[in-house]
Design a protein around this ligand. Structure first.
Ligand SMILES: [Zn+2]
Length: 246
């Protein structure tokens, strides 16, 4: 279940499935990523508040470059640059990792047994590249995580109600899961896909238990008062973020 909390009076969103992991999704008011001058001051203030909340130095609040790949890396202490990377696994408790979104799907994965976690950026390209499954696979290969132990939260994103795509995108996404039924719909001649649902299905097909996956009810277009939407806001550079810290 997703619920709202606050940092210094500003809303953040959390998932009860990730109890035990320091995590949250920022909202419009707790923004920490922008290229707009008008928002820069808020971003600086919010970053300071968030670092204080997480009890870390600002240099340890890191994010990968996010270029719509399906490449997953492991965060390394002292390293803040992760080019061509859209998923980051966190295994140390000095750093916090954040990824930035405005419609794309955030996937947070927590292994409470090994106490490691990851965030991945699953827009349609990342989802077509199966970044959620690749993140699980890397956690299995490198840290001996067991999919059946993993807890996952799929964050605010453009949802089934609003996400219409072209036939090419539909076709790419349909190849990523064995069972694509109920993950798309034709409405008035347009194809709608359930990007959160496709990521959930990929995780289940990777061995994650369905009851260990929490899917956020918020749509970034319908709930644009709380979150940013690239589509609705004309290619805005403002982002909400998924933040994790062990
Ligand atoms: Zn919607």
């Amino acid at each position: 279940m997703f619920y709202l909390e606050e940092i210094n009076g500003k809303k953040i969103l959390k998932s009860s499935i990730l109890d035990g992991l320091n995590h949250f999704f920022t909202t419009r008011e707790s923004i920490i990523k922008t290229k707009e001058i008008d928002f820069e001051k808020s971003v600086e203030e919010n970053k300071q508040d968030i670092c204080k909340y997480l009890e870390i130095d600002e240099k340890n609040l890191i994010h990968p470059s996010q270029t719509h790949t399906s490449n997953v890396d492991v965060a390394k202490i002292g390293l803040s640059s992760y080019p061509d990377t859209d998923g980051l696994i966190l295994t140390n408790n000095e750093q916090a990792v954040y990824l930035n979104f405005a419609d794309c799907t955030p996937v947070v994965i927590y292994d409470p047994v090994n106490h490691i976690a990851a965030v991945s950026h699953a827009g349609w390209r990342g989802t077509a590249g199966m970044i959620a499954s690749k993140t699980v696979q890397k956690m299995e290969d490198e840290f001996n995580s067991k999919p059946e132990n993993l807890k996952c939260a799929i964050g605010p994103a453009i949802s089934f109600c609003c996400y219409n795509v072209g036939e090419d995108v539909y076709r790419e996404l349909s190849k990523t899961v064995k069972d694509f039924s109920r993950l798309y719909e034709i409405r008035k001649g347009s194809i709608y896909v359930d990007l959160k649902g496709i990521n959930k299905r990929q995780l289940i097909e990777s061995g994650v238990k369905e009851l260990n996956i929490d899917v956020c009810p918020y749509c970034t277009v319908c709930n644009n008062n709380l979150f940013f939407s690239y589509r609705k806001e004309n290619a805005t550079t403002n982002r909400h973020s998924a933040v994790i810290k062990l």
